[in-house]
Ligand binder design. Sequence first.
Ligand SMILES: [Zn+2]
Length: 388
Amino acid sequence: MLKPLSLAPSFGFGDRLGLATLGHIAAVRDTKFAPIFAQQSVRENARTGRTPQQVMDEAQRAVDAAKWDDPWGADADHLKTLEDIPAFVEAGYTFFTIDPGAHVDNGADTDSAETLKRKVASLNWDELSALYLSGNGGQAWDSFDAQSLMRATVKYGRAIQHAVSMFERLSDLRDAFDFEVSVDETDSPTTPLEHFFIASELTRLGVKFTSLAPRFIGRFEKGVDYIGDLNALDAELEKHAAVTAYFGTYKLSLHSGSDKFSVYPLVAKYWAERIHVKTAGTSYLEALRVLASHEPDMFLKIYSLGRERYETDKRTYHVSAQLDLLPNTDDLPSLLNDFHAREVLHVTFGSALSQYGVALKAALVKHNNAYYDGLKTHFDKHLKLLKV
Ligand SMILES: [Zn+2]
């Protein structure tokens, strides 16, 4: 049954090819996670040439075929403008992820005191300073002084206003829905104090959000494990968890959530059931793994196109793979375990699909058992470490 999932632990399975849901169902069955089977961002739709309705229909077909009777959700991912909303509402999406990143003022991190003062003048500063500088003592995640409050206000003030507008528009169009606010693609990490500020302001302004996705320290790149100091991340997550526990009203959402095997035990430790994990391109990489084993010629064409397109296609992603470090092609299946190859193939999916999409999908239909098994194995690894 397609419905809002509210605070149930949830796992988002993006499926850019429309052929992965049966494998996703196999992995998520008998876990405590409520699944999102239809999940696509505006950026992904542009690159795959699919509409919100098509994504929904393909997920629905698999749900019917597998006789999945439990709740599931559909995530309109990374919606940036009011105009992005209607097509997803009409197609019956239940979960709306708002990305107000374009309204985040990344300069705030380094602005001088004078610049900050000038900028906050138009941002409701009197009310905010009365609210947040009243000296209610330090919290586990730190507390504001005038300077840090100004920075948070300048950095996120307009983004919060935009999230409020998006929420209000959705409330006009739908009765019940999951609402997520994501700032995971901003230039700099969200500090625990900024996380507190965002959650507090959204709450104060009447936004009923089910999940929030901060940007954490270190690097959460697409389709690969965490890059950074795990001990530092552990200490930082503890503070973020104190913020979510303080409100107790929303889930922590982990974007670019696939393949972060070293991070899942920390997420499980701090949030247990109050989590949403979002994955997308990793299912596409599993599709390429099937090709690497069963259709090597087609795989090699996609790989060489990926090399050509990487520098261009990577621009809207946080990735750090280098073309000159790509492995040779002696052992194709194991190539899908290589950091650089994974990222290159991951961000060039749009180019690959526009050139080889029809043949790729036909190959997956032909080798559907291998794709199904690969997806199940891959996501079992994720879900086991998250052990909700
Ligand atoms: Zn994201």
